[in-house]
Design a protein around this ligand. Structure first.
Ligand code: TXA
Ligand code: MG
Length: 339
């Protein structure tokens, strides 16, 4: 897909093959930053065992240091060297890995993962991605890879190599191109470090699928301390205002209308899924928000999206994108802007 665009000069994007993979793996071992595709979104990866390498992720993204990173592994066995799996965690890992489920688990005392990655917490967020390039990079480098989404903090997550280039420019050493992400929305984060499993971030694995294996699952809030430090504020945001749950009658002049489903007005700007398929909509979400974030468009109005299955993750991202914009359309500065 990136080949359709003229690449910026000095592009860091490389087509992924055996040679570039070996080069990227060496770069990881050398403490450099490598952006790579996962099935959810592109990650900005570094050697998770190196304080310095991990610190440079925070610097490149302009990410607050208190916001911990997800560490990616080639398989569950490698993850089990760093965190403690209980029966619940084993069951979920077996059902959903490799895949788009991140588990927050207690860190092992002798874990080799940098404390900078987990922001000093005694838990660690771990996942085994379902993308061959991602797993090959982890395997070839021989290191667990800490990786947040490969975008500047607070902006839309990247679902193509070019998005990474445009957001991070020369702050990343290599961008492995793996085409468009097949899922297109971030992983679901489930905290299993306490007694009650708690959903910290709705994402690519619908909560209904988790609840089929593990019941009950709590939503964070009332009483439970906020445990995903980056999930409190405006995030995933384009630079223009977003209004959500807007029916066709309530659109405003100058706004682009992002719709969903077969009954949407035909003249709307873009449709997340004309078939009304939530999976397709999740895959299109970030790329379409990005496409509408352009001069001449005053804001984006989004048609209501059903709040079930993947719709929950879509609505979560839209709500965060819509948060905290002043009348002028500029983001308020909110401490703790995520990822
Ligand atoms: O799909 C994804 O999850 C992508 C790909 C690259 O794997 N990664 C991603 O990372 O979305 P990031 O950094 O953008 O979001 C990670 C979230 C943050 O909200 C962070 O606060 C939370 O995970 N998190 C990380 N470690 C945690 C921990 N130990 N306890 C609670 N939350 C944690
Ligand atoms: Mg992020």
């Amino acid at each position: 897909m990136t080949q359709d665009f003229p690449l910026p000069q000095h592009s860091r994007i490389v087509a992924t093959d055996e040679d570039t993979l070996a080069m990227a793996a060496q770069a990881i071992r050398d403490g450099k930053l490598v952006a790579f595709p996962t099935e959810t979104v592109y990650g900005l990866g570094a050697d998770a065992t190196s304080d310095r390498a991990v610190a440079s992720i925070f610097e490149a993204k302009d990410r607050p240091q208190f916001n911990p990173l997800i560490v990616h592994f080639a398989d569950a066995g490698q993850a089990a060297l760093e965190v403690i799996f209980d029966d619940r965690a084993r069951k979920l890992a077996q059902a959903f890995w490799p895949g788009s489920l991140t588990l927050v688990l207690p860190r092992r005392k002798d874990s080799s993962i940098s404390l900078v990655a987990s922001a000093g917490l005694d838990t660690l967020a771990v996942r085994v991605p379902d993308n061959a390039i991602a797993r090959a990079l982890i395997e070839t480098s021989g290191r667990p890879i800490a990786a947040p989404s490969a975008n500047r903090s607070g902006t839309l997550s990247p679902t193509a190599a070019l998005h990474v280039e445009l957001s991070l420019r020369d702050k990343v050493d290599i961008i492995l191109d793996g085409g468009s992400c097949t899922v297109g929305i971030e992983s679901t984060i489930l905290d299993l470090s306490g007694e009650t499993p708690t959903l910290l971030r709705p994402g690519a694995i619908p909560m209904e699928d988790l609840a089929a294996l593990l019941d009950p699952i709590a939503l964070p809030g009332n009483g439970s301390a906020i445990k995903a430090p980056g999930m409190m504020s405006r995030h995933y945001a384009p630079s223009i205002p977003i209004r959500i749950n807007i029916t066709p009658e309530n659109r405003q002049r100058g706004e682009a209308y992002l719709t969903f489903g077969p009954d949407a007005p035909k003249r709307a700007a873009l449709n997340l899924s004309r078939k009304g398929d939530l999976k397709e909509a999740a895959g299109n979400l970030f790329a379409m928000l990005r496409a509408l974030d352009m001069p001449g468009i005053r804001g984006i109005a989004v048609q209501p999206i059903p709040d079930v299955g993947l719709g929950r993750a879509i609505n979560d991202r839209l709500k965060r994108a819509a948060l905290g914009l002043e009348q002028s359309g500029r983001p308020k500065s909110i401490p703790g802007v995520n990822a």
